[in-house]
Design a protein around this ligand. Structure first.
Ligand SMILES: [Zn+2]
Length: 402
């Protein structure tokens, strides 16, 4: 036997009475088949309904309907506990179902709008818990084209056109301007949006387009030869509008400007950042020069060499630049320690200084309990502690030729 699908005749039916005609387990869960049901089973891009099945006359003896599956005309209701009685009453989770009706009818309207505005056909539809998508068979639709389709779709909402499903004999199909061919050969159900769209569909729909509420395209993504369009209808569109409004107001407060000036404010901030970065780079270059000059002036002379050896507290990148600047001076030998959680040591020398910076560094960091190495003119290493760094610097000085 087949289950009578009550939602075919009345998508607004929320409660019904039915008789159990079969019991089984599906994926380890109890499932019951009913002679008639208002629960929609997963199919045609639309998810199953959820809700409650209860024993007739004993509402306390109830089970949650967690999934609904159609199998060869029989509709199985997956429930969270067994129901021994044969006469049950069902209640569909209406918020969820009505949301699905808004999204699904919205999809029919949007798909037809894409045909009429851009000759773009829908090749797939997915009704998700958060977002809905259609896949279009052309990818060259930019923001203006999408906006035009959205305007056309919303104009159909404004006209509050009747949405009527009906079963059509196969021989009558040729007279209908179907948006796509039916996937079944008998029991063909056509959902008509009066004078606008005729589509074979077994889904649940609102009674007229005004109940879709709104259709908003939320984004697109190119997928091979298809364009995936994400859209929101009805309550989902309103919830998303509230989210965007919170976002905009948050930016208004942070930028202390009007919503319409936000983009300019972000551009101004980006330009300021660029100027600041340039200024900072200039200042840092000057700072490196003057720091190197001051260290050079204070450095003791060892014969033909002039030795800069000390520990500093600025970041290693700056210490590197100072050491680079110093080693450009004739006779320079540089041992620059950077204090911190992971103390570092740089040893460098001018091209004319007869010192091997790699050897010098190895002697120094070994004395400080650390490790490191490098080239004859530039070497870098680390020691475990700031005390170790002091020992390393002392060892480097002691190792220099008199
Ligand atoms: Zn449909």
């Amino acid at each position: 036997m087949k289950t009578e699908r009550l939602y075919y005749q009345d998508a607004y039916l929320r409660e019904f009475a039915a008789r159990v005609v079969g019991r089984t387990t599906l994926g380890g869960q109890t499932a019951v088949a009913l002679d008639r049901t208002a629960f929609y089973p997963t199919g045609g891009g639309q998810p199953a309904d959820i809700g409650v099945l209860a024993v007739a006359g004993d509402p306390a003896a109830a089970a949650a309907v967690m999934d609904v599956v159609a199998d060869d005309g029989v509709i199985w209701h997956v429930v969270d506990r067994p129901l021994a009685a044969d006469n049950l009453v069902g209640a569909v989770d209406w918020d969820r179902r009505f949301d699905h009706m808004q999204q699904h009818t919205g999809q029919h309207v949007l798909s037809q709008a894409f045909i009429q505005t851009h000759d773009a056909e829908t090749v797939a539809f997915h009704l998700g818990g958060v977002a809905c998508t259609i896949d279009l068979n052309r990818t060259d639709l930019g923001p203006e084209a999408l906006a035009a389709a959205e305007v056309a779709a919303n104009a159909i909402i404004d006209r509050a056109l009747a949405v009527t499903p009906s079963f059509v004999e196969p021989e009558a199909l040729a007279a209908l301007p179907l948006r796509k061919p039916p996937k079944v050969t008998e029991g063909i159900r056509i959902v008509q949006v009066a004078g606008f769209d005729w589509s074979p569909c077994g889904g649940t729909h609102v009674a007229n387009t005004a109940q879709i509420g709104a259709i908003k395209i939320a984004g697109t993504e190119r997928r091979g030869a298809e364009l995936r369009v994400t859209f929101l209808c009805g309550r989902r569109a309103r919830v998303d509008h509230a989210r965007l409004q919170r976002l905009a107001e948050g930016l208004v407060v942070r930028f202390t400007t009007a919503q319409d000036d936000l983009l300019n404010a972000v551009d101004r901030r980006a330009a300021e950042m660029q100027t600041l970065r340039r200024d900072l780079a200039d200042l840092e270059a000057q700072w490196v020069e003057s720091t190197a000059a001051a260290l050079w002036l204070a450095a003791p002379v060892h014969g033909a060499l002039r030795v800069v050896a000390l520990a500093v507290d600025y970041p290693i990148e700056r210490a590197r630049r100072v050491a680079q600047t110093l080693r450009a001076r004739p006779g320079a030998v540089v041992c620059l320690g950077v204090r911190g959680e992971r103390p570092q040591l740089i040893c460098a020398r001018a091209d004319d200084a007869p010192v091997n910076a790699g050897d010098l560094l190895r002697i120094a960091v070994t004395a400080g309990g650390g490790r490191g190495g490098g080239r004859p003119d530039w070497a870098q290493g680390g020691v475990p502690t700031n005390e170790g760094l002091a020992l390393a610097l002392a060892a480097a000085l002691a190792a220099l030729p008199e």
